[in-house]
Write a protein that binds this ligand. Structure first.
Ligand code: SF4
Length: 381
């Protein structure tokens, strides 16, 4: 059951809970493969990047998430076919570890100081709120120099729960809104798929987060490509920015085994346009009202001079993974989630600084060409 007995920390395979359902939070957590590699806890290499700067954790229970979101690899409908912990979350495996062993490893410098942030992802489970408090409290006590973000599950949270998280030391609170419109939310996460989430509750929690955590310390996760128009998505981005929050945007990429596994990946040109526009709204004080859209809601004018726009594109910054910042607040995310929304051979969110050949390919994508970004020119792939 142990993945590698030579490690000082015991790792359990993703399907370990099938054998031992006692591997559950708060004693155990799952962590992203990228975080485990960064901390040197499991061997592995990542394409064109050596590390992630965020330790992404996931609360874990053998019985799994009780929600049924149609795009998610952890959704309830999969429980009869596979063990819960064998399911994917944002397309990568999440090995299980004992939480205090992990804390000890990070305290001892296993990550070489790479982690600038830790993030706890909640799921829909009766114990998720209480266990998140425990995980947060233990982290702040033992590793106070690495700030904590909460990727929340609003459905089970009340106002006082957010106050408690803030009091326990959480730095940033994020709402996993995911869907860009109420209709898409309902279709992918609501009654239509027999899932408990409600659009209004998510917005109520977003407003609580604004009031409790304050500007720049709350935000939303949004998935691009689940049927919304570019206009709809960018007006949502502006709404959250106007509240003082940040937008962490993912490209839709079908998760194998989810109800949307046959849904097409987001069009590359659409994705690049909304990446640029989100960056301009979040970091350059541009407004969506200055942008122009055609009658199908496609972005046709960014509302800025071509020369300035070219400089923004050449910087590569809009195409980096969006997420919570590191210890220094800037427009590069500590949470670079390598290959969380795309393959290394067709990168949609770049977990590393872009080279000029990457920008060239992105420009071709913006021009409507069907080409993939992220490969080295001489890779031969
Ligand atoms: S609540 Fe989160 S983990 Fe659970 S099915 Fe929905 S997206 Fe997946």
């Amino acid at each position: 059951m142990t993945a590698d007995s030579e490690q000082t920390i015991r790792f359990y395979r993703p399907d370990a809970q099938q054998v031992n359902p006692g591997l559950r939070s708060p004693d155990y957590v799952q962590l992203s493969t990228a975080a485990a590699i960064t901390a040197g806890l499991i061997p592995g290499k990542m394409h064109r990047t050596a590390c992630t700067h965020c330790l992404n954790l996931l609360v874990t229970y053998a019985e799994g998430c009780r929600a049924n979101c149609s795009y998610c690899g952890l959704a309830r409908h999969r429980e009869e076919s596979r063990d819960y912990a064998d399911r994917n979350f944002i397309r990568v495996d999440w090995p299980t570890v004992r939480y205090l062993d992990l804390i000890e490893a990070i305290k001892n410098g296993a990550d070489g100081g790479q982690f600038q942030r830790m993030c706890i992802s909640m799921i829909t489970h009766p114990n998720s709120d209480a266990d998140t408090f425990t995980l947060l409290e233990q982290w702040v006590k033992h590793v106070p120099h690495v700030p904590v973000s909460i990727l929340s599950n609003p459905t089970t949270l009340e106002y006082q729960d957010l106050v408690r998280m803030k009091d326990l030391g959480a730095d940033i609170f994020t709402v996993a809104l995911d869907a860009a419109t109420p209709e898409i939310f309902e279709r992918t996460r609501g009654r239509t798929v027999n899932s408990p989430h409600r659009w209004d509750k998510y917005w109520q929690v977003m407003e609580w987060a604004r009031d409790i955590f304050g500007p720049e310390h709350f935000g939303a996760h949004i998935i691009c490509g689940m049927g919304e128009s570019e206009r709809e998505l960018l007006y949502l981005v502006q709404r959250i920015r106007d509240m003082g929050g940040h937008n962490h945007m993912f490209a839709f990429f079908p998760e194998q085994g989810s109800m949307m596994e046959e849904w097409p990946a987001v069009d590359r040109g659409q994705w690049r346009r909304v990446q640029i526009a989100r960056y301009l709204i979040d970091y350059r004080d541009m407004r969506v009202e200055a942008m122009q859209f055609n009658d199908r809601g496609r972005l046709i004018d960014f509302g800025m001079e071509q020369e300035s726009l070219s400089e923004v594109i050449k910087s590569g910054l809009p195409f980096r993974t969006s997420g919570c910042p590191g210890s220094e607040s800037d427009d590069i995310s500590a949470c670079n989630r390598p290959y969380g929304d795309s393959n290394p051979s067709d990168i949609l969110s770049f977990p590393f600084a872009l080279q000029s050949h990457d920008i060239d390919v992105i420009q071709q994508q913006l021009d409507g060409q069907n080409v993939a970004a992220g490969l080295e020119p001489d890779s031969g792939l």
